[in-house]
Design a binder for this molecule. Sequence first.
Ligand SMILES: Nc1nc2c([nH]c(=O)n2[C@@H]2O[C@H](COP(=O)(O)OP(=O)(O)OP(=O)(O)O)[C@@H](O)[C@H]2O)c(=O)[nH]1
Ligand SMILES: [Mg+2]
Length: 134
Amino acid sequence: MTDKQVHVAVGVIERNGHIFLTRRAAHQHQGNKWEFPGGKCEPGETVAQALARELSEELAITVHDCSPLLVVCHDYGDKQVKLDVHWVRDFDGEPQSQEGLEGRWVLASVLPDYDFPAANVAIVEQVVAQLLAD
Ligand SMILES: Nc1nc2c([nH]c(=O)n2[C@@H]2O[C@H](COP(=O)(O)OP(=O)(O)OP(=O)(O)O)[C@@H](O)[C@H]2O)c(=O)[nH]1
Ligand SMILES: [Mg+2]
């Protein structure tokens, strides 16, 4: 990992074949695009710890367990990210953006219709493939 690369814990929150998405605010990096909730890992945190913290802060859910899905490294030119993506299926609470972002449950098969940041193409492919195989 380079100095400039941002390590991000990303959660694919799934319940009954639906995935919870939020829409990034206009002023944020990759503004107005849909995303899988999550955020930057802080020093000393494991990815699982960072993800649980972010999902508690952003969505007020309690994550009990998560499992690794894939890692995506992407260079946006202005920013390099390493997305450490995990399934989140074992959680309590109904996700609701604590930051006023739009959020919704989306059927996995329509995920490709959503406008995501470029780094998310590989994530969407994996999620759809795995859920269709289930
Ligand atoms: N949470 C999340 N971030 C993503 C996804 N895809 C993607 O490229 N990113 C990028 O990962 C970076 C880290 O996201 P973040 O939520 O921690 O950071 P942020 O832009 O909100 O910044 P901030 O928390 O400092 O305000 C952002 O540059 C964002 O564009 C995704 O699906 N979920
Ligand atoms: Mg965030």
